[in-house]
Design a protein around this ligand. Structure first.
Ligand SMILES: Nc1ncnc2c1ncn2[C@@H]1O[C@H](COP(=O)(O)OP(=O)(O)OP(=O)(O)O)[C@@H](O)[C@H]1O
Ligand SMILES: [Mg+2]
Length: 294
């Protein structure tokens, strides 16, 4: 089970998150980004955060530490925003916390270069968990102390929204065309060779065991929470061995304007970054060069 802490102060909402996560302080003197059980996205989002976040960390990817946070909504009484008040009231009890990375910046693919090996691992991992939320539109990566960190694994494992169709759903390909790391020439073959053998039944059972019972209880079609934990293990196990053969990577749907500050964009070249293949043949200047692409 994840470590459990008690929220002692609601600091501020994070408006850039669709689920309105909040920064809270806790009785272990830690500061956390809290995701609420009462948010409209539902508790399955939190289950996905735990299973995929804990899996990613065990595969050697950088994921901030996760905890569960006991919330007494009374700590938000001074919060003037009605929406936040409602969210706190609806979330009494156990919520999810992610270690807050102070001073981190949102990942911008024009400002930070990621190597083909690391890009391959992240794309392969996202394919495994079917993460639809690591695109250039919404990278869900932070840069902290100069290194990229993965956050927000709530929109993954689509099959847990329809268990009877889970097996068929998990057999489907993963479209990585808009993945934020697609332009870095991700070395998916090496990532699969290194990471797939680590995704064992034992490891998946271990990460499924980290999910609090109360977020699993009462799922239609399952008599016990352990049965449901088992249902989380199977599609991931089935996918691990062969998903690298079903990762689609075409042109991104649309080029993206940089969100980097002006002083930085002056130093940047083109979007997308040249792939490894392009770098080997530098004459291939594409339509996305700085003047034409934005
Ligand atoms: N551990 C963290 N440390 C620092 N900042 C964070 C952390 N986690 C999230 N944030 C900030 O909060 C924002 C929202 O977080 P997150 O993406 O997890 O929320 P969300 O509600 O699931 O968002 P959405 O579904 O809109 O992508 C992030 O874009 C980032 O700016
Ligand atoms: Mg997000």
């Amino acid at each position: 089970m994840l470590e459990e802490v008690v929220a002692t102060r609601y600091v501020t909402p994070l408006r850039e998150g669709g689920s309105l996560p909040g920064i809270v302080e806790a009785d272990d003197l830690g500061t956390y980004v809290m995701k609420f059980t009462g948010a409209g996205q539902g508790r399955k989002t939190l289950v996905a955060e735990v299973i995929c976040g804990e899996l990613g960390r065990r595969l050697g990817l950088r994921v901030p530490e996760l905890v569960t946070i006991q919330l007494d909504p009374v700590i938000g009484l001074a919060e003037p925003d009605q929406e936040v008040q409602e969210l706190l009231k609806a979330s009494a009890g156990l919520n999810l916390g992610m270690d807050f990375l102070p001073g981190s910046l949102g990942f911008d693919p024009l400002a930070y270069e990621v190597g083909a090996s690391e890009a391959g691992k992240v794309v392969w991992f996202d394919a495994l968990i079917n993460n639809v939320d690591r695109s250039w539109r919404n990278p869900n990566m932070l840069v902290w102390h100069g290194e990229p960190w993965l956050i927000d694994h709530g929109a993954t494992m689509i099959w847990h929204h329809n268990w009877p169709g889970a097996q068929a759903s998990a057999a489907k390909p993963y479209n990585a065309s808009d993945h934020v790391l697609a332009p870095f020439g991700p070395d998916i073959a090496s990532a699969a060779a290194e990471l797939a053998p680590l995704v064992t039944e034992e490891l998946l059972t271990e990460v499924a065991a980290e999910v609090p019972d109360e977020w699993l209880a009462g799922e239609p079609g399952f008599e016990t929470t352990d049965q449901l934990r088992r249902a989380y293990v199977e599609p991931l196990l089935a996918r691990a061995g062969s998903i690298h053969e079903r990762i689609l990577m075409d042109e991104p749907t649309r080029t993206r304007p940089s969100q980097a500050p002006g002083w930085l964009t002056d130093h940047l070249t083109s979007w997308p970054h040249p792939t490894k293949k392009d770098r080997d043949a530098p004459a291939a200047a594409g339509p996305n060069s700085k003047d034409g692409g934005r």
